[in-house]
Design a protein around this ligand. Structure first.
Ligand code: SF4
Length: 430
């Protein structure tokens, strides 16, 4: 852990709220990691050809013999055609399920086109669940770009699952957020070594392993963008364990410590369990810190990971945050993060892209974290950038990934340092 804890950090920093044009992917993007995580689920996007193209291009080459997502394309229909659209959707789903007995959970995912917004997908999901029970449960959520930014698709999906979870009075820990299996296994192994049993995950890898929930469930979030899921779990009577998020050696330690305290794990046992992985994490971070130390960073709002990452990069990697933008600031979830983040950066919520670009150009941070659409123009102006979307596609949680997380930020700076001596020669050759 670096430095002394600031008393309140950015807790009381005034937030610059912007509500202008924003440049982010929509919530359909979450399907790309969710369909890998939930092995017997299928995501049927009810949308337009644009949605189909987004999924196909963002997901890249299909690595499964049988894909686990698809798009039911809804062409222009007048209101009278909506009855047909419901029947068409029923037929489409019946065809899919008869062909694919491996599907146990089906998500109808809403999108932007007005024809889709007029369709009542919630009623459609209820009707289909009744028709295909008990083999398949059908749920719905929206991935529309009007309502969601790219990580909110996962939040909407998990929040839709919560009301359908079975009730249990048993004392249990629920880990909430889709992690790559190998990372999830590392976290479960650490908790098991501390003697914490009855630990379940949302989402589960298979629907048969879906967690149960009730008044004796406590839950810990691994992602800061799960505000709706957090609210849905509270409505089921579960209690949230508030903690910083498990990014970096410090964040992981504090996240585990909050759970260990809740379950009465003796401090000596806790320290013994984390000692070796924490030391590995600190060593791996130190290697990237050589590049990051003393550098400045500017975050555009993309994933809602920005505040925890700024905390990690400033406290463990020696960086200075100039602006930390987030699409939404969920104070209940981020209070421990804001308290750890030292005063100094502008904290902004929402986006007015032109104004923010002007601030980024004026700041000229050593590294700017932004979406794909902004990265190329900024690179052309000589600024080093990091694509925000990589942060959700790369395993970055917990001790064993802490070095990789720091390296993700160090890489563009190293690349720029290597290219710098070549730049005058390249200009002369032009
Ligand atoms: S949901 Fe909306 S923003 Fe997303 S791909 Fe479809 S039309 Fe575009």
């Amino acid at each position: 852990m670096t430095g002394t804890l600031p008393a309140i950090g950015c807790t009381n920093t005034p937030v610059l709220k912007e509500r202008g044009q924003r440049e982010v992917f929509c919530g359909l993007t979450g399907i790309i990691w969710l369909h890998r995580k939930m092995q017997d689920a299928f995501f049927l996007v009810v949308g337009s050809r644009t949605c189909a193209h987004l999924l196909q291009s963002a997901a890249g080459v299909m690595i499964f013999a049988e894909p686990r997502f698809g798009t039911a394309i809804l062409e222009e229909k007048d209101l009278a055609g909506l009855v047909d659209a419901q029947a068409e959707l029923d037929r489409e789903v019946a065809r899919l399920l008869s062909r694919r007995p491996d599907i146990r959970q089906l998500f109808l995912v809403g999108s932007c086109p007005s024809e889709v917004i007029k369709l009542d997908l919630h009623r459609a999901a209820e009707r289909m669940s009744a028709a295909h029970a008990p083999h398949v449960r059908v749920l719905n959520y929206s991935g529309s770009g009007i309502e969601t930014t790219f990580t909110q698709g996962e939040d909407a999906c998990l929040a839709a699952m919560v009301p359908a979870l079975a009730h249990s009075e048993a004392r249990a820990l629920l880990i909430v957020g889709a992690l790559p299996d190998v990372v999830e296994d590392q976290a479960l192994a650490l908790l098991a070594a501390m003697g914490i049993s009855n630990v379940r995950c949302l989402p589960a890898r298979r629907s048969a392993d879906a967690p149960q929930v009730g008044e004796n469930t406590v839950f810990a979030l691994v992602q800061p963008f799960l505000g709706d899921t957090h609210a849905a779990l509270l409505r089921r009577g579960a209690r949230h364990i508030t903690a910083p998020f498990p990014f970096g050696a410090e964040g992981t330690t504090l996240w585990l410590q909050a759970i260990a305290t809740e379950f009465g794990v003796p401090q000596a046992l806790f320290d013994a369990v984390i000692a070796a992985p924490r030391a590995r994490a600190e060593k791996a971070i130190a290697a990237a810190r050589k590049t990051l130390d003393g550098k400045s960073i500017f975050f555009f709002p993309d994933s809602q990971l920005e505040i925890p990452l700024a905390r990690f990069l400033t406290r463990e990697c020696g960086m200075t945050a100039l602006e930390v933008g987030t699409p939404f600031l969920h104070r209940d979830l981020l209070a421990p993060e804001l308290a750890l983040l030292a005063e100094g950066p502008v904290i902004s919520e929402g986006q007015d892209v032109d104004k923010q670009l002007a601030r980024a150009r004026a700041a000229r941070a050593d590294l700017t974290v932004c979406g794909l659409g902004l990265a190329n123009p900024l690179e052309a102006e000589g600024m080093a950038t990091k694509w925000a979307i990589e942060l959700v596609f790369t395993p970055v949680h917990f001790y064993e990934q802490a070095g990789d997380l720091a390296a993700l930020f160090a890489r563009p700076l190293r690349r720029r340092a290597l290219l710098a001596p070549l730049a005058p020669r390249m200009e002369a050759a032009e």
